[in-house]
Design a protein around this ligand. Structure first.
Ligand SMILES: Cc1ncc(COP(=O)(O)O)c(C=O)c1O
Length: 405
């Protein structure tokens, strides 16, 4: 069978694959703890369900415009005003099938073959593959000091004649760190000076801890949105725990939004009608579910950090938001793929190898599950790796004795 070069060059989504592996093991009755996931446990907000079911009950479910139904665009305009203090027009908004499609459509709209896209390391697993799918060349920028935040000067040093765009994701998947206001301001300025597109992936923007306010990139971009190269991405997936609805959006200049809509019109047509109405319900409805989720995640983060403090040899950076932590396990095993496989095989805990996010020696650990999953998962990991941990453990009712150290 002859597949295209493109098809052969694109890697499978590791996180989606891990979801499948975890589900298959669970189906076989294995006591799997999934610390590799990327979706909150909470239920869809009731306003989203009511809005979605009322359109379903009407039985009138037809094609929609490729850039979104007017009711959802109106809700997004209000969201942008409320949370970014920026008034934009319906022609600046493109509704997509999740944040993923919004980023993809933006990349296809701005990249010519071999154009480069820069982003900090560690990065969300999909960025390199998405850039490649759009014909571009992905360029990760590592912080010299070993932290998860390169400096603006390090980012600027990576800009070359082929650079077309920068992507920032803060709070970040996989590290949970939020870049500083100064860093975001400097990157907005760098993009303005060098005429680069800046894709702000604000997927986790509302899920920030320790009383810190989310950072608003428009604060540093005084020009009208139609004159700017700033593209702000959001979605209902994480903040409303509505991953399965597949609704995201971009706010961008009218020209870019038009190009993205044209691409989506040929690619998928408009996002599924019931999902868009669910998003209208979520955005226009009672908003307390976001704060409830944020508080739950902050509490989970605190418990996770507390457990890590009793885990010698693991270096952990405290997450500022989202629901991921990216500890450095290289004192135990430098090859993150081997380590993740070992943990799955020995103690049935799913984690994601750091290598997938551009940093070896780390594992991505999600804390969007229950407290029981987080504490037991970490206890199992510690038991598997730390010689000072108790020598036996109960796994799904089975007593295990450690015999590999
Ligand atoms: C940083 C980041 N951006 C975008 C997405 C995709 O969001 P959606 O499910 O809305 O496509 C994810 C999902 O994990 C993410 O972590």
């Amino acid at each position: 069978m002859s597949l295209s070069q493109m098809a052969r060059s694109i890697r499978e989504s590791v996180t989606l694959k891990l979801n499948q592996t975890a589900a298959q093991l669970r189906d076989k009755g294995e006591p799997v703890i999934h610390l590799g996931g990327g979706e909150p446990k909470s239920k869809t907000p009731i306003d989203a369900i009511v809005s979605c079911t009322s359109v379903l009950n009407s039985g009138d479910i037809k094609y929609t415009p490729p850039d979104g139904i007017p009711a959802l665009k109106r809700a997004i305009l209000r969201y942008t005003e409320d949370h970014y203090a920026r008034a934009v027009r319906p022609e600046n908004v493109v509704v997509s099938c999740g944040a993923k499609q919004a980023i993809m459509a933006a990349l296809i709209s701005i990249l010519d073959p071999k154009d480069e896209v820069i982003y900090p390391v560690p990065y969300w697993v999909s960025y390199p593959e998405m850039v490649k799918l759009a014909g571009g060349v992905p360029v990760g920028v590592k912080a010299e000091d070993g932290t998860f935040c390169p400096t603006a000067a390090e980012m600027a040093a990576a800009v070359g004649p082929y650079t077309k765009a920068i992507i920032l994701n803060s709070p970040n998947n996989p590290s949970g760190v939020m870049y500083s206001r100064d860093f975001v301001a400097e990157i907005v300025e760098l993009c303005r000076k060098k005429s680069l597109w800046l894709i702000m992936d604000d997927t986790y923007n509302r899920l920030v801890f320790d009383g810190r306010p989310p950072i608003n990139c428009y604060d540093f971009s005084p020009e009208d949105v139609d004159l700017s190269r700033l593209v702000v991405i959001n979605c209902v997936s994480k903040m409303y725990a509505m991953t399965g609805f597949r609704v995201g959006w971009a706010v961008a200049s009218k020209d870019l939004a038009q190009a993205m809509a044209t691409i989506q019109g040929q690619q998928t047509s408009g996002t599924a009608t019931p999902s868009q109405w669910a998003a209208v319900g979520a955005l226009n409805g009672v908003q307390n579910s976001i704060e409830a989720l944020r508080l739950t995640l902050e509490n989970n983060r605190n418990i996770l950090m507390d457990r890590f403090s009793a885990f010698p040899g693991v270096r952990v950076t405290k997450p500022d938001g989202a629901f991921y932590c990216f500890p450095d396990f290289s004192n135990y095993q430098k090859d993150s793929q081997k380590l993740a496989e070992f943990l799955l095989e020995r103690v049935r805990v799913v984690t994601v190898p750091g290598k997938e996010f551009g940093m070896e020696g780390h594992l991505r650990i999600s804390f969007c599950g229950t407290i029981k999953e987080i504490t037991e998962g970490l206890e199992r990991i510690r038991w598997a790796l730390d010689p000072t941990a108790p020598n036996e453990i109960y796994l799904g009712g089975r007593r295990l004795v450690r015999d590999w150290m």
